[in-house]
Design a protein around this ligand. Structure first.
Ligand code: TYM
Length: 333
């Protein structure tokens, strides 16, 4: 069955292995199936919910675009664009924010994590960020949204908002209720320094993550320094309980090798972490270094990246512009 795929990535720099294994690798697989219609968005309006440096933001928009392409997304077989170039996203977000109850937003755990202790100082944009995400998805009638585990709650909110719009305006099925595509395993890659913390671009320690722009030597060094525990590697999954660092490294190995955790446990059960780390560093550098090299090459071709984004925005505008007009008509504007 053909799927309409929509997903987004924030251009906030330091795209990492979590973004790749949790999301971008799946974008590539979905894009390789010619039956699917794929739209991948560089969500720059989301990025400014936290203060950004002007020049860095511009560079990061290009770098995220380069990362999509370097990872294997074909811009001739998908739409790649940046969100701020298509007006309908912000307009749709306003409309949807007028019908989403605050109670729904108050439940969002990511806002609580990102706002930290001083919620009063967080921007209103950070608070309503999941509504902009709903607008992104619903404007394209997306049927499937590939994301990492941390976006699950936002997708549930998107589904609720779509259903409320359809009910409030008595327009059954106008906004399509999307299905999340979250991998059953390895959808949450953890920090290399703390197996209980998500791998994240905002972690102050660069050793906590493998960046998609890291060199081979940096990857080897980071895996060498990754936290482990003092027990040998088990051969059964149930023995990984309370061993988050071991589970994370074995999960990363399984995900990057496209194999089950069981198979990895068979391979490494009873061995030392030094064996796992040696093989993991090798497979990661073999997979990530070509992407990293390609990103660096593409970044130097600004004209090409800008052209991809411009052409993508024009195609996205056609779809989203039509949907927002229909939405406004339903409301009575
Ligand atoms: P963002 O930019 O934080 O992350 C991009 C994608 O990477 C996934 N991800 C992870 N997956 C596994 N392990 C990790 N440690 C990890 N860290 C990040 C995220 O789940 C995401 O899929 N709100 C979104 C962007 C967005 C969006 C959308 C996504 C805006 N509009 C519409 C889908 C559809 C975000 O901030 O992702």
């Amino acid at each position: 069955m053909s799927k309409k795929i929509f997903s987004g990535v924030q251009p906030t720099g330091n795209l990492h292995l979590g973004n790749y294994l949790g999301a971008i690798k799946n974008f590539v697989d979905l894009n390789n199936d010619i039956q699917n219609e794929c739209i991948f968005c560089v969500v720059d309006l989301h990025a400014i919910t936290i203060k950004q440096d002007r020049d860095q933001l511009t560079n990061n928009i290009r770098e995220t675009t380069a990362t999509f392409i370097a990872s294997g997304i074909d811009p001739t077989k998908s739409i790649i664009f940046n969100q701020s170039k298509v007006h309908a996203h912000a307009e749709g977000s306003w409309i949807l924010s007028c019908l989403a109850p605050m109670g729904w937003l108050n439940r969002m755990t990511q806002f609580k994590e990102k706002a930290g202790k001083d919620k009063e100082k967080a921007s209103v944009g950070l608070y309503i960020y999941p509504i902009l995400m709903a607008s992104d998805i619903l404007l394209y009638d997306a049927t499937h949204v590939p994301v990492g585990e941390d976006q699950k709650q936002h997708l549930e909110l998107t589904r609720d908002i779509a259903q409320k719009f359809n009910k409030d305006f008595n327009c059954d099925d106008f906004l399509k209720v999307p299905e999340p595509l979250i991998k059953k395993s390895f959808a949450r890659i953890m920090s290399l320094k703390d197996g209980l913390k998500k791998m994240s671009k905002s972690d102050p320690s660069d050793l906590s993550r493998i960046n998609l722009t890291d060199t081979k030597d940096e990857i080897i060094n980071k895996i060498k320094k990754a936290k482990t525990d003092s027990f040998p590697i088990p051969n059964e999954e149930k023995k990984l309980i309370d061993r988050p660092e071991a589970e994370n490294l074995l999960g990363i190995y399984s995900s990057i090798s496209n194999q089950t955790l069981d198979k990895t446990l068979n391979e490494f059960g009873g061995k030392n972490f030094s064996d796992l780390k040696r093989d993991l560093a090798e497979i990661l550098s073999n997979k990530i270094s070509p992407i990293s090299n390609e990103i660096k090459k593409l970044i130097n071709d600004q004209g090409y990246l800008d052209k991809v984004l411009l052409q993508g925005a024009s195609k996205a505008e056609e779809i989203a512009g039509k949907k927002i007009e229909e939405m406004k008509n339903i409301i009575g504007f």
